[in-house]
Design a protein around this ligand. Sequence first.
Ligand SMILES: O=c1[nH]c(=O)n([C@H]2C[C@H](O)[C@@H](COP(=O)(O)O)O2)cc1CO
Length: 139
Amino acid sequence: MNIFLSASIRGGRDMLSTYIEMCNYLQENGHDVLSWHVADPELERTESLLTEQEIYIRDMEFLEKSHCVIAEVSTPSIGVGYEISSALQRGLSVLCLYTPQTNVSAMILGDKRITSKEYRNMDAMKGEIDSFLNSINKS
Ligand SMILES: O=c1[nH]c(=O)n([C@H]2C[C@H](O)[C@@H](COP(=O)(O)O)O2)cc1CO
């Protein structure tokens, strides 16, 4: 499956190790993570070679080619919110994942088109990803 992984960049990179684990897990399970760059520790250097418009156009093209979006929303990020909304407009399924004690926006938790799940550890997060992808495959 083509998956758009959405994760904070300018919103803050404190959870980079989580993004890497999510990306690796999806790839190990045979998925094509089109936006794998969000989990790249070298991202700041590689993205600085692109203009803001080039970044935007590339990511919107990735979204067009994706079957679903999986977003880590514990760190508030305008770009992640924008991508979630864009995915919904295109009719894509969206999974939002967040850790306990994070203050996730009501605009995410209140939208019943979105599957929003809290996870306490990496195994739980992987379980939520599996359930979400299985539900898409069945629909
Ligand atoms: O350099 C970038 N490259 C890029 O792909 N993005 C996209 C992918 C991420 O899922 C999302 C992060 O948004 P933000 O930078 O507002 O946290 O936006 C965002 C930026 C910087 O805003």
